[in-house]
Every structure is written in C-alpha cells, then in structure tokens.
Design a binder for this molecule. Structure first.
Ligand code: UT7
Length: 321
C-alpha cells in the first residue's frame, strides 16, 4: 500500500477555527424507555450514552456549526475556497446538502457532500489537505447529521444510539510549518455493507454485535497504520478523539492499543452517536476545556458504516482558547 506519511510538507496545515452546534431538544434514556423495553441503566452501562439531541435539518445544523467555526477563524464567506460537508443523513437524496449550506453561509466556491458515514469528517480533512496542496488557501470541513430522520426511536437495537448535531473546522495552510498533517490512514471494506445500512425511505438497520467487532478491528488497524507512518508511539499522542459510537468499543480497542482514557476526548454521554459530526463536536469541547496547545500531537479516529475508517495525526496549530 502507498505510504501516507506527510511529515516535512512545507505547506503546513492549521485549524484556524472550530465550531459546533447541537439542536435544543433532548431525548433522554428515560424518554426512550417509555417507547421501548429498555432502561437508563442498561443504555448507560452498555453504551455510555445518557441522552441525544434531536431536531433541525442537516443543512441547518451544518450552517450553525460552520458559522461558529468561521467566526472563531475570523474569516468571511469570500475567504473560503471550498466546502466539504460530511453527512450520512443529507437533506435530500439529490441534490447534495453542501450547496444549500454554502448558500446559507454566502460562500462563493465549490461545495460537495462526503458520504463515508461516521468516518466522513476525517476523510474530509485528508481531502482538504489535498486541495491545499493544489493551491487553495482555506477549506471549510463540516460534519453534520440529522440522524433522527433515519432512526426508529422505538427499536431498542438502534434507537438508543443515534442523535443529531454538527461540527466544523476552517483549515488552512500554515506557512510557519508548525501545524502539520503528519500522517493518515483511509480504508473501506464493502463486504460489510449489510451490517449497518438504510434503504431509500427507510430507517437504519444494524447488526450491532458485528458492527462492534468490525469497529474494534478497524480501529486497531487504522490507528497502528497512522502511528507507524507518523513514526509516533501511543505515548506521544497528547489527545486522541475517536468517533463516539459506544464507550465499550473505545475501551476494547484502547486495551489492545495502550491508549488511556486520560488521553481521550469524549462527549458520548451528552450527544450519543452523531456519526460524521461526532469528532468535531468533541474537538470543539476539547478546545473549550483548554485541552489543546500548539505543538500537541492529536489523533482523529473515525470508523463506521461501509465499513469505512479514517485516521489522521496532526501536529496541532491554530485555535486555542
Ligand atoms: O457508528 C457505528 C454505529 N454502531 C455501533 O456503534 C453499534 C455497535 N454495537 C453496539 O453498540 C451494541 O451491540 C448494542 C448497544 C447495539 C447492543 O449491545 P450488546 O451488548 O451487543 O447487546 P446484545 O445485542 O448482545 O444484547 C444483550 C442483551 C439481550 O438480552 P438477552 O438475550 O441476554 O436476554 C438483548 O435482548 O440485552 C438485550 N438488549 C437490551 N436490553 C435493554 C439489547 N438491546 C437492549 C436495550 N435495552 N436497548
């Protein structure tokens, strides 16, 4: 396989602004237990989820998160060269959701959706880096989901997991070279399409046990590839933000990889699984908590339906709060 080590690129890569948005309406585990044979205790213990947000459309949520990220980056709409919107719950099957978001933000640039399920936002970062290498200055990478549109909240196999939300980052060249995309690993295994999917006009169907098993495998493989390519050890990663699916998936993988929960950014209890939005939602919270400073090594680790997976390792430069 081709090497994906990018260290030494003179372009640099910085996160000049990050933002996120959660719609106001909350569905608690107790709310769900009224409509299905489950309980707050079971859901917390088996998933780590306490509640999820619902409401809004993907384009509305994406627009709010993107506005927040652009404000933090202090950039106007004319300074964005491309919008990449990762979503698995688009407003329409056709057209994509990104053009509507670009319109709402007043952007005058290319805009397209990335459909790589829960890995989509991390795929977006890698593709943004490619566009920066081609000469663009600044890319808006958004992950946004209105998963309540494709979730049956009376089905205890799936309804306990999913919620709505959005996260966004403005990424740009870092001429100082301090910020870098050090390495990445992207992958897909289409033989697993039918362990997590939604037909046109239908809700998500899932073989939860198999998704769990394959997710742990994908995490181990992808994290190790990205670490090898960046020539970094687990102990040299200051912060790792995994996709927020199930706390037990993270714990199982961490046991084998050697990551500690202290190194890990989590927001699962508050948000549930927000697919492509989950990693930037956590990133925004980590910045709020002052968990990132320039020069830190940060790993983003996405995995999900497809199966797809995507890992990036960055030397952080950009926003710190
Ligand atoms: O982005 C990726 C998205 N997908 C995922 O991350 C899914 C990964 N998988 C999972 O998160 C877990 O498989 C679930 C949370 C979906 C299910 O947890 P589990 O530990 O795999 O439960 P299970 O299916 O093995 O069921 C264990 C027991 C069963 O009862 P018996 O047969 O032992 O009596 C189930 O009927 O728990 C029962 N059960 C529940 N009980 C209360 C299953 N779901 C529920 C529920 N509430 N929601």
């Amino acid at each position: 396989m081709a090497s994906h080590q990018l260290a030494g690129s003179s372009l640099g890569f910085r996160f000049s602004g990050v933002g996120s948005y959660l719609p106001a309406e909350i569905v608690t585990n107790d709310d769900l237990a009224e409509a299905m044979d489950s309980s707050d205790h079971w859901i917390r213990e088996r998933t780590g989820i306490g509640q999820r947000h619902v409401g809004g459309t993907t384009s509305e949520l994406a627009t709010e998160a993107a506005r927040a990220a652009m404000k933090r980056a202090n950039v106007g709409p004319d300074e964005i060269d491309q919008l990449l919107l990762a979503t698995t719950s688009p407003d329409y099957i056709c057209p994509g959701t990104a053009p509507a978001v670009a319109e709402a933000l007043g952007l005058d640039c290319g805009a397209l959706d990335i459909q790589a399920a829960c890995s989509g936002w991390v795929y977006g970062l890698v593709h943004a880096n490619g566009l920066l290498l081609q000469g663009m200055e600044r890319i808006l990478v958004v992950g946004a989901e209105a998963l309540d549109r494709i979730t049956d909240y009376t089905d205890r196999g799936t309804g306990i997991l999913f919620g709505n939300g959005a996260g966004a980052a403005v990424v740009e060249r870092d001429p100082s070279g301090e910020g870098q995309l050090l390495s990445f690993d992207l992958g897909a295994a289409g033989e697993f399409v039918h362990i997590l999917y939604a037909e046109h006009g239908d809700v998500l169907q899932m073989d939860g046990k198999e998704v769990f098993r394959q997710a742990v495998k994908a995490i181990l493989r992808s994290a190790n590839n990205a670490l090898d390519r960046a020539d970094l050890s687990v102990g040299e990663i200051d912060l790792v933000i995994p996709h927020q699916a199930n706390i037990r998936i993270v714990e199982s993988a961490w046991k084998k990889l050697g990551f500690s929960m202290e190194q890990t950014g989590m927001r699962l209890e508050e948000t549930g699984n927000t697919s492509a939005a989950s990693i930037p939602l956590v990133l925004d919270k980590m910045l709020d908590e002052g968990r990132l400073k320039s020069g830190d090594n940060v790993m983003f680790l996405g995995f999900g339906a497809g199966m797809t997976w995507a890992t990036t390792i960055h030397r952080w430069a950009g926003e710190s709060r």
